[in-house]
Design a binder for this molecule. Sequence first.
Ligand code: PMV
Length: 308
Amino acid sequence: MIGTACGKVILLGEHAVVYGVPAIAVGIDRGARAEAARTDAVSCTLALGDAVRASPADGSDTGRAFGAVLAACGVDFGVEVKAETTLPPGAGLGCSAALGVAIVRALDGLVGRAGAPPDEVAERAMAWERVFHGNPSGVDTTTAARGGCLRFERGEAGASVRAVRLARPLVLAVGHTGVASSTRTMVEGLAHLRERRPDLVAKSFEAIRSLVDNAAVALETGDHAGLGHLLDLGQMVLSGLMLSTAEIETLCRVAREAGALGAKLTGAGGGGCVLALVAGDAGPVLGAWERAGFRGFATTVGGATETP
Ligand code: PMV
């Protein structure tokens, strides 16, 4: 049985989304794939690419996450799962969520639940995400399962998710700082800042909420110049929350100088990736990043592709 899932970039709302502020995320055309097969053995094994092998009792994070996802999927027989991803880990592109969703889909196929609704798949994949991220908002697993452009809001009684209809395709350049970062560490860092400076963080979250609201309108009306400006403002707010780094600031500046409409970090920050919105051709931004010593790729989001 085979399961697939896409990676994601968060346009606006990362971190604040953990505390109930809405975020806008888009699925990208890179992701993860998993293959699951029943085995005669009672044991369960997971191979992540060529490098990592794990099983529920081996004490590793990956092993524990695998055990949690087997339980969430109700798998009580021997399985062998092989999973791979084209997403760099620790880059803010939803690598672990894409793997979790792909593995859930492959396991779902084995227990007669192939084609389960994306939100149910995403919920089961949260068992995997919680092991790595502690307190994930769910935006990564939801976007990995649904794709398209989504407005996601965490709530007491579950998340509210709606597809954002893009008036025009969105062309993004995604650049990597070359520095991996831990989402768990970054989320915990912000939680500490929130304890020490509750007013600063509350004001920043309100600013992010209004950027997200305005960005939804810009996406739906095709106002990409306006959206770019909102991304730049988002980067300023995230820097004020100590989530940026020198490499992130350089990537953003180089992208803007090369004609990007706006640029910001995406995901947890502290390293990872930057996204830049471009007006059509991502080539100049990717070229400028390369000359500055950074690697990147382009991705186009075509429109709302919410799966029912
Ligand atoms: O860096 P990533 O891809 O794990 O994205 C994390 C997004 C956060 O908002 C920082 C955390 C979350 O759980 O939503």
